[in-house]
Design a protein around this ligand. Sequence first.
Ligand code: 13P
Length: 246
Amino acid sequence: MTAPLIAGNWKMNGLGKDLAEARAVADSLAETPARARVAICPPATLLARMAEALAGSAVALGGQDCHAEPSGAFTGDISAEMLADAGARLVIVGHSERRAGHGETDAMVAAKASAATRAGLEPIVCVGETRAQRDAGQALEVICRQVAGSIPAGMAEGSFALAYEPIWAIGAGSTPTSDEIVAAHAALREALVECAGSAGRTAPILYGGSVKPDNAAEILKLAEVGGALVGGASLRAADFLAIIRA
Ligand code: 13P
């Protein structure tokens, strides 16, 4: 059984002074190693400084998005190669905030995931349904369709992770029920195997959406939950460490 992956998504939060939080996580893990793999995905402006701060530690660095092309006339964008060059080992692609706020389609997400692989990064591909889709009974159909469209063909075993983030649970302070999480992750596993074969059988499926110190243990023990993608609670070392220890 592979170690679960606990990844912190800082979103558009974090200034130089907040590097101390990442350092505190690394220091704690150096003292008492965790069973989980741990990553922090800071804003791009902090990547290089955080790479220095975390050098030699058990905390891997990740980006929050990447462009599909390796370089070129794409003002404001950052390529997977640039993330790798800055010290990143992972990258989140297809987060619902990118899909909704930047019009990213499944095909664009798949191209970004391919770019990540090309650059030697581990993509964390995100899927998740809206409240309206869940209320209409379409949640499983929606997320499985997103998997089919967002996971590139030919992914190698151990090269990527999937994150199930119901949009209505992000930043909401409430999560789906355990039964709902188990049902979603079971459906996602089937969809992954269908589109990625043996690589889909072993890819960790993270849960994301209001993961906190007080609910992490319960969520992480559920069937097919291979880790967590943590937003708000990853910004403070004490909270993030409590989730890692769970
Ligand atoms: P919260 O943990 O703040 O709900 O955010 C989840 C998320 O979007 C992580 O990518």
